[in-house]
Design a protein around this ligand. Structure first.
Ligand code: HSC
Length: 295
C-alpha cells in the first residue's frame, strides 16, 4: 500500500516537473517529428534510407533529468526500435544544453531505503544495455550522474565540444547507482574514476576523449548528424553479423581475457554457419557490394 501510494505520488510529481512546452529542436540538426505519443522523448527514423532510429530526450526544463516516466518511454521506444527490421542502429541524444543532468533529484527526495530495495528502484532503467542493435550516444552539454551512466551504457559515444561528463552524486549525499563506479572504472581506470566519484569534478569532451570514454568530438551543432552518419554506416552491414560483433565486444567488459578470447573464437566460427559470411567473402572476390540476408 505504502509503496503503491508513493509510486503514484512520484509519477504525478514527475509529470508536473517535466511538463513540456514544445519540442526543442537543436540548431543545425534536422527537425525531429514525434512518431508516437510519448511526452518526454521524441523519436523518428533518420538517415537517407530511414534506417537509423533517432531518440531525443526531451525534458528541457529539467535538463533531461531522468525520471521514471522518461525512462519508461525510453525503454519502450528502444524495444520497438530493436524489433523494427528497417532500423539498423539507434542514436540517443538530448539537447545542446544537456544530454541528461542525472537521475531526477526531486523525484528521489521522498524515497526511503525499503522503497528503493523492495521496489527495485533503477532495475528497469537498463534497457539500453539489452538492445541487440548498436546504440550511439550523441552527447551535448551536461552528461552528469545517471546522464553519464546512460551514455556509458551505449556502445559508442560521440560528443559535442562543449559536453561535460561527471558523476556528482557525492555532492547530494549519494553515490553512482547505474554503473558510474563500475563501467567508468573499466573504461578509464581507477584514478580518474575515483577523482570523479569522490569529488564530483566534471571533465570536458576532450578529456573524455583522451580518457577513452568518447570516440570522437565534433562542434556541438554537428554531433547528432555525425552520429546519424555513423548509424547509417553501421546499418549497411549485415544485421546478424553486427549483433554478433556487438555481443562479443561487450563480453570484453564482463569476463576474463581467456574466457573472452574463447567466446570470440566460437563466435567467429559461428559466422561460418551464416549465409552472410559466405556472401560477404564472395562479394569481395567478385568486386561487388554484398547483399545481406541476415541468414
Ligand atoms: C540510465 C539510468 C540512469 C540511472 C541513474 C542512477 C542513479 C544516478 O547514479 C544518481 C544520479 O544521477 S543523482 C543526480 C546527479 N546529477 C546532479 O547532481 C546534477 C544536478 N544538477 C546540477 O548540478 C545543475 O542543474 C547543472 C550543473 C546541471 C546545471 O546548472 P544550471 O545551468 O545552473 O541550471 P539549473 O538552474 O541548476 O537547472 C535547470 C533546471 O533543471 C533542474 N535540474 C537539473 N538537474 C536536475 C536533476 N538531476 N534532477 C532534477 N532536476 C534537475 C533544476 O532543478 C532546474 O529546475 P528549476 O525548476 O528551475 O529549479
Amino acid at each position: 500500500m505504502a509503496l503503491s501510494l508513493s509510486r503514484a505520488f512520484l509519477h504525478a510529481s514527475c509529470k508536473q516537473l517535466g511538463r513540456l512546452e514544445s519540442a526543442y529542436i537543436p540548431t543545425g540538426v534536422r527537425a525531429f517529428s514525434s512518431v508516437r505519443p510519448t511526452e518526454m522523448i521524441l523519436s523518428e527514423k533518420a538517415g537517407s534510407k530511414q534506417n537509423v532510429g533517432l531518440i531525443k530526450l526531451n525534458r528541457p526544463k529539467a535538463l533531461n533529468a531522468l525520471c521514471d516516466q522518461l525512462m519508461k518511454e525510453l525503454s519502450q521506444t528502444l524495444d520497438e526500435m530493436d524489433k523494427d527490421e528497417k532500423i539498423g542502429a539507434i542514436v540517443i541524444t538530448g539537447s545542446e544544453r544537456a544530454f541528461a543532468a542525472g537521475a531526477d533529484i526531486k523525484e528521489m527526495i521522498p524515497l526511503e531505503y525499503p522503497n528503493t530495495f523492495l521496489g527495485g528502484f533503477l532495475e528497469h532503467w537498463t534497457k539500453v544495455t539489452e538492445v541487440r542493435k548498436p546504440v550511439v550516444a550523441a552527447v551535448n552539454g551536461f552528461a552528469l550522474g545517471g546522464g553519464c551512466e546512460l551514455a556509458l551504457m551505449c556502445d559508442i559515444i560521440y560528443a559535442g565540444d562543449k559536453a561535460q561528463f561527471g558523476q556528482p552524486e557525492i555532492n547530494i549525499g549519494t553515490i553512482p547507482g547505474a554503473g558510474g563506479s563500475q563501467r567508468l572504472a573499466r573504461v578509464v581506470g581507477k584514478s580518474l574514476t575515483m577523482e570523479m566519484v569522490l569529488t564530483g569534478n566534471r571533465i570536458t569532451a576532450q578529456e573524455a576523449k583522451d580518457a577513452g570514454i568518447v570516440s570522437k568530438v565534433f562542434p556541438a551543432d554537428q554531433v547528432v548528424n555525425e552520429a546519424i552518419k555513423l548509424g547509417e554506416k553501421i546499418a549497411e552491414q549485415s544485421p546478424l553479423i553486427t549483433a554478433m560483433a556487438k555481443e562479443v565486444v561487450n563480453r570484453a567488459y564482463e569476463t576474463t581475457l581467456s574466457e573472452g578470447l574463447k567466446v570470440e573464437r566460437r563466435m567467429f566460427h559461428s559466422t561460418f554457419a551464416t549465409k552472410d559470411r559466405k556472401e560477404g567473402m564472395t562479394a569481395f572476390s567478385e568486386k561487388r557490394t554484398p547483399k545481406w540476408s541476415s541468414k
